[in-house]
Structures are given as C-alpha cells and as structure tokens.
Design a protein around this ligand. Structure first.
Ligand code: ADP
Ligand code: MG
Length: 378
C-alpha cells in the first residue's frame, strides 16, 4: 500500500525503528440532509480515503508529530496550556485532551501521519484525523476500554473546543463506525444506528466538488433552523421528527409560506431516508437514485440551500442519465454526490469537467469513492 510505505519510510528515517499503524476514513452521506438538528436520520458511510498514522509511545509526557502532507512538525505537552500553534496539530492535541478530560489515559508518543482524504471537499478529513488518533490512543493507552461512540464524541468535542467548529456527530460517527459495504442509518434523536448493505454492483459513487463556497450575509443556516423550530412549536412537537404532512397541512394557514416549505422538505426527507433503506434491502438502486434527485429538488426549491453551480451539476447529471444526484452537505456550494452506472462513468465525468469549466471558468474536482471500513488498527 502506497500510503503505508510512504509513512513507514519517513518514520524510519526520522525516528528509527517502527510503530503501530492506525487509520480512519473520510465519509459520504447518501441521503438525509439538514435532518440532524430536526431529530431525524442521516445515512453516512466511511470511504476508501483515509488518514493513516504510525505511532509509538515514547515514555515521556511529550507528543511529537510529523505531518507528511503539510511537511510540518509539532511538539507539545498534554496539559491544557500546551496547545500547539498549528491548526492541524490542534486536532491531535484536542483528541488527547478530550480523552484525558474524560478520565482516560494518554502518554507521550511519536507519530508520522499522512492521508488521501481531500481537505475541505466535504468528505470530512478532519473527522478522519480525529478518529484515527482517538482510536489509536484508546488502543495504545486505554486497553480499548473507551466505547466507540465515545470516541466519536471525543472527535466532535475536539472540533468544538480546540478547532472552533460547532459540528454535529455524524462525521465522527461515520469515521469511527464505518464498515466495508455498509451504510449506517443514524437516528440523530436517540443515537441508535443500524447498518444497511450497500453493494451497488454496476454503479459507482462519484463526488463532484464545485469548489465554490458562497458566504451569504445573514446566516442562512441559522434561519433554516429557526424556521424548523417555529413550525415544530406551532405543531406542538419537540422537533419536526414528530411532525407529519397532515399536521403541516392543517397548520398551513397559520404559518408563513417560507416556513411551510422549509418544514415540508424536512418531513419529506425523513420519509425518503426510510424509503432508501427499504430500497437497499431490496437491492433496488434505481429507487435509491430517484430519492436522491427528490432530495436535491427539495433542497433547491423548498429548503433553498442550493446555488447555481450545484443546480447546474444536478441538471447535467440528469441529462447524462445518471441514476441519482444531489447536493451533499449544507449547501451553497461544495459537492454533489452521484450514483452512476459504470457504463456512463466516463461520459459523465468528462462532460462534468468540460461543461462546468466552460460555464464557470474552472473544473470541478471529481472523486470516486467505495464504501469501506472506518477507524482501525492495521
Ligand atoms: P473537511 O471538510 O475536509 O473536514 P476541515 O476544514 O474541517 O475540512 O478540516 C481540514 C483540516 O484538517 C485541515 O486544514 C488540517 O488542519 C486537517 N487535516 C486534514 N487532513 C490532513 C492531512 N492529511 N494532514 C494534515 N492535516 C490534515
Ligand atoms: Mg471537517
């Protein structure tokens, strides 16, 4: 394996001898968007793009880490005051601190790490980094006594407390629990989850990254949340998870048209995730694809979190005969996730490159992904 060899060579060169290898993965979310804060479902899976680290305890109270991809070195202690300057190292420091804060053990160690999860492309390279080190610290210093869900929470708290990102649990959950050939339906209300087989024989999952990010003035994300909360209050439910279309229709006269369409999207999306689960159990990938298009339509027309570039990529997918396509992530830029029949793959990716470039002046970035294992010792 290329990545492993590269890390191993640098480890030997810089530190001598060898350590133990750990890896964790980036993730996709097949369906279930803007559902997490409404107590609904998300449906992620880990991918074949990872952060990998070779690690060896050094018997001191110091951590020494080399990042191959950034070509940078960091050294730090394990007390709260020892936070490193470099933002990439704060992910690792944060994981150590969050374990210690929970009563776990972390000793000094030397590490070399590298990865192939594209940074900032919506595939959650940061969760892969956190999960890789959280898994390793659990294995090396805690006899694997920290529960896996807690490892995900350690990554999430790292983002909150050391990296200034107020994220949900999905990315770290997917990175920790990912299993080859399986997606996971996570119930964001209860934290319960279930694996569903994902073996799309004859299809490929393709991410098309528009490489645009529209920063809009008054936070549209917060406005969406407020709409959902307003409608939930009006319907007398805790979150829209408990609302039905019948309830929404009955209240239509008392809420704004905007709030109505926001809630309609959320209620329909909850059902779509369940429909996709049924379709996967039946091996029916055409229905999965149809649901993805419906999600895109809802995100674009009802929830209004799309943008010109993403709608263009979605239309282009449809024209090429792609089975399913939708915005992945919060919207206003980022990527689309596409379920593509293998015989259309070449045509779709080359048309997406050429036509997007012609219209917007740069090519999108394209990544094929395979649903793979999450955090592990190699
Ligand atoms: P993403 O959507 O990919 O998670 P983020 O901005 O949340 O994007 O996280 C990206 C950050 O994670 C990078 O700026 C870097 O600090 C860290 N990171 C991710 N991958 C690597 C890597 N291979 N090497 C070093 N740092 C990395
Ligand atoms: Mg991230």
């Amino acid at each position: 394996m290329e990545l492993k060899e590269k890390i191993s060579n640098i480890f030997t060169e810089r530190l001598g001898g060898e350590g133990t290898f750990y890896a964790s993965a980036g993730r996709i979310n097949l369906i279930g968007e803007h559902t997490d804060y409404n107590g609904g479902f998300v449906f992620p899976g880990a991918i074949d793009k990872v952060i990998m680290a070779e690690i060896r305890a050094n018997g001191s109270d110091k951590v020494r880490v080399f990042s191959v991809d950034i070509n940078d070195y960091a050294e730090f202690g394990l007390n709260e005051a020892d936070a490193p300057e470099q933002s990439w190292a704060r992910y690792i420091f944060g994981v150590c601190r969050e374990i210690i804060k929970r009563g776990g053990k972390v000793g000094g160690f030397d590490a070399v790490f590298a990865g192939n999860v594209p940074l900032g492309a919506g595939l959650s390279s940061s969760a892969a980094l956190e999960s890789c080190f959280a898994f390793a610290m659990n294995d090396m210093f805690n006899g694997n006594t920290i529960e896996k869900f807690e490892l995900a929470r350690i990554g999430q708290s790292t983002e909150h407390n050391y990296c200034g990102v107020n994220c949900g649990i999905m990315d770290q959950f997917a990175s920790v629990f990912g299993k080859q050939g399986n997606l996971m339906r996570l119930d964001c209300r209860s934290g319960e989850f279930e694996y569903f087989p994902f073996n799309p024989q004859g299809y490929t999952l393709v991410l098309v990254d528009s490489v645009v990010k529209h920063e809009l003035a008054d936070s549209p994300y917060n406005k969406r949340r407020q709409s959902c909360e307003r409608v939930a209050r009006r319907l007398g439910v805790e979150t829209l998870r408990d609302a039905t279309m019948e309830m929404l229709e009955a209240a239509k006269g008392d809420i704004t048209a905007e709030d109505y369409f926001r809630a309609k999207y959320v209620i329909e999306e909850k059902q779509r995730v369940l429909d996709v689960c049924d379709a996967l159990n039946a091996g029916d990938y055409e229905t999965v694809g149809r649901c993805m298009y419906e999600t895109h339509r809802g995100l674009s027309k009802d929830y209004e979190v799309s943008c010109e570039e993403l709608d263009y990529l979605n239309d282009l997918a449809k024209e090429c005969g792609v089975t399913g396509s939708r915005i992945m992530g919060g919207g206003f830029g980022g990527c689309t996730i596409n379920l593509v029949k293998n015989e259309l793959l070449e045509k779709f990716t080359s048309e997406a490159r050429a036509r997007f470039n012609e219209k917007y002046g740069h090519e999108p970035k394209i990544y094929e992904v395979i649903i793979s294992d999450g955090a592990r010792r190699l």
